[in-house]
Design a protein around this ligand. Structure first.
Ligand code: ZN
Length: 683
């Protein structure tokens, strides 16, 4: 599970010092459409030992080798389109041709989304260059590539230009076949009913169940049999996984501990065999590897990209512990049982004994697959409930990423435009960074790990609403506790006022400002966005009508400062009248959401999501978009990675790993496509 960034970025640099690298880092790299590319620092990399640096380096290579896999998982035409466009991008002679420049913009978007569908709202985006131009530019696709593609120009044109073909990557709308209406490549040739029946028939009901379907495409073959094409060396995506294994083998030799070595060995074995029992062993070893400073994710992990929520998207991240900031989460982890016992959920849904929640603050060293360029700010794994129950889970807050967001957002005018008054702006400036990080800590290390399912209930019972409900549960757990005096007592929150910054932001973002990411007329689709609106809109619907704890107010504001001629514009703002009361409402909803989860109450989950989380008030939406547009900001951010280069002596031994922060966005993607692109175009 992952936590994505809330939109309202704070303007304060997170506390905590780090050694500056020699060159100042340029955090803002590129901007196009609704996307902005940032850079992140990797503080303390130089403080790692040579062995740890080598480990990071080998793992970053393994992280980059899977990039093609995600493109293909997102849509089976993605690799062909990316390769053709890159070829035109490099070979086309007139780099100032307006059509070429529109193609460049489109290609940047393809890179950002790992394909032709928006990385967040799942819709196919259409190019601004013309079909005629594309057909004429096809001659610049290099011959090796065109031969590889066969007749692909005519296949690709409708996929790129026709809005009715493959319009959505992951469809979650009710009442239609989710597989037929989703462009992603997890299923071929079968209906939703057939896939669901297959999964039901193959479900593992043992105490230590295999996650059937996690690492395979499900297809109906020519004889009409439903078979799995397993992602493994020698299987589907074999050429990429072979390279991953090659670098994991090197990483294994410089593992920090025996436990970590075992983790890497298990992952290698799993990549070779596709055996899900080995995957469980790997996940168990991974969650227990707590002593290593360097850690990583590499493989088929989160299931948000599969409309049925079963198959994992390929994802990678290499990271190492931020020792100073980790003290914060260690305190939380030591008090896990207290938080469980005192939460407002019903006793029968609490864990009697919460097991080994480990939590740390990390710095990302590289982002790959589904974590690149857009990346979560917190991760909690593994996803298998029985492993979480028996062995606990590992939870991380990715501090250098949130720091980069903060730095890039300084003084961008967002809070000034959308917050009610100077009071809220000041509060955010003073407490925003600490409360944001702290909410992520609580969400990841306590929220997801809290509560229990009643006997016979599984996480699949909530079906397509499972992710939204789960994220709401973790967010509410964090919101409820961030205001608890215990947090001040533990020394995590600076004082009893600080939580208000996070409360204000959650309400403002959940009900209002996150809408700037959505096109007018569309519904909310993504689980984290749905979760945030569910919470905010449920709260607004359950306030005390006599004296609302929180409300949306309309205030006339002069269009231009010091101008008496222009008429005032009516703007909507979130106003919190009673923060304690708001906490109470969060607590009530947490109890409800926990009950839905613990009992597997699909009907209630559906009702909550459909009532509060999906539909958008068009008037408010239009206003948010208009106000946001005037700020000239991009609502979605992603990153370029640093470049790691080994320094070797005369004998070829690695003596150091150099880190560089100057590579540009297009430069990086072209290099990745050249050096890390092992898959054939059609898989
Ligand atoms: Zn989460």
């Amino acid at each position: 599970m992952k936590k994505m960034l809330c939109l309202a970025a704070v303007a304060l640099i997170a506390a905590g010092c780090h050694k500056q690298t020699n060159q100042p880092i340029n955090y803002n790299v590129d901007k196009f459409y609704d996307l902005e590319v940032l850079r992140y620092d990797v503080p303390d990399f130089q403080s790692l030992s040579l062995q740890q640096k080598k480990l990071v380096y080998y793992l970053t290579e393994a992280a980059l080798q899977g990039r093609d896999i995600l493109y293909d998982q997102n849509c089976k035409y993605n690799l062909a389109i990316r390769r053709a466009l890159e070829s035109i991008y490099v070979n086309y002679p007139d780099k100032q041709d307006p059509q070429y420049l529109l193609m460049e913009k489109y290609l940047k978007r393809v890179w950002f989304s790992n394909g032709i569908h928006h990385h967040y709202n799942e819709d196919k985006f259409l190019p601004e260059f013309t079909e005629d131009w594309f057909r004429s530019a096809w001659q610049y696709v290099d011959s090796a590539t065109t031969q590889l593609y066969g007749h692909c120009l005519n296949n690709l044109v409708p996929v790129i230009f026709d809005p009715n073909i493959l319009p959505k990557k992951v469809n979650q709308a009710d009442g239609v076949d989710l597989l037929a209406t989703s462009a992603c490549n997890y299923y071929q040739g079968l209906t939703q009913n057939e896939a669901e029946a297959w999964y039901a028939a193959h479900k593992d009901n043992s105490d230590e169940p295999l996650w059937i379907g996690l690492n395979a495409q499900l297809v109906k073959d020519e004889q009409g049999n439903i078979v799995e094409r397993t992602y493994k060396v020698g299987g589907l995506y074999g050429p990429a996984l072979e390279k991953v294994v090659y670098w994991l083998e090197k990483a294994k030799e410089v593992a920090e501990t025996d436990r970590q070595k075992e983790v890497i060995e298990k992952l290698i074995e799993y990549n070779r065999t596709g055996n899900l029992k080995t995957f469980n062993e790997y996940a168990i070893a991974w969650v227990q590897d707590l002593d290593s400073r360097v850690d990583f994710i590499n493989g088929f992990t989160e299931v948000y990209g599969d409309p049925l929520g079963i198959t994992g998207a390929w994802e990678a991240m290499v990271n190492f512990k931020n020792i100073e900031a980790t003290k914060r989460t260690e305190i939380l982890a030591q008090n896990t049982q207290w938080f469980e016992d005192n939460s407002p959920t019903a006793k029968e849904y609490k864990k009697e004994q919460v097991k080994g929640v480990s939590a740390k603050v990390i710095n990302a060293a590289i982002l790959g697959g589904d974590s690149y360029p857009s990346t979560p700010i917190g991760i909690n794994l593994p996803n298998a409930n029985w492993i979480r129950k028996e062995y606990g889970s590992k939870s991380v807050t990715i501090q250098n990423i949130t720091d980069a967001y903060d730095k890039a957002a300084q003084g961008n005018g967002f809070n000034e435009e959308f917050m009610l008054s100077d009071n809220e702006i000041q509060m955010s400036r003073k407490y925003g960074a600490i409360t944001d990080n702290c909410h992520t800590d609580l969400h990841e290390c306590l929220g997801h790990g809290s509560g229990k399912l009643l006997p016979g209930v599984t996480k699949d019972d909530l079906k397509e609403h499972g992710s939204t409900i789960e994220e709401a549960r973790a967010d509410l757990f964090g919101l409820y506790y961030i205001a608890d005096p215990k947090m001040v007592e533990l020394g995590i929150m600076p004082d009893k006022e600080a939580y208000k910054a996070e409360y204000y932001r959650q309400m403002m973002n959940g009900a209002m400002t996150q809408l700037v990411r959505i096109e007018l007329g569309k519904d909310l689709e993504e689980a984290h966005m749905r979760n945030r609106q569910l919470i905010a809109n449920w709260v607004l619907a359950h306030v005390n009508p006599e004296a609302p704890e929180v409300e949306i107010v309309a205030i006339p504001v002069a269009k231009e400062k010091n101008s008496h001629d222009t008429p005032a514009e009516l703007k909507h703002y979130m106003r919190v009248n009673d923060y304690e009361g708001l906490r109470n409402l969060y607590g009530q909803l947490l109890a409800i959401i926990q009950q839905v989860t613990s009992t597997g109450d699909y009907a209630m989950a559906k009702q909550l999501v459909e009532t509060y989380a999906v539909k958008i008030d068009p008037v408010l939406h239009r206003e948010m978009l208009a106000r946001y547009e005037r700020l000239n900001l991009a609502p979605y951010k992603g990153f370029v990675n640093p470049v790691y280069t080994p320094v070797t002596d005369k004998e070829g031994n690695i003596t150091d790993i150099r880190i560089d922060f100057t590579e540009g966005y297009a430069e990086q993607h072209l290099r990745y496509s050249r050096d890390y692109s092992p898959l054939p175009t059609w898989n």
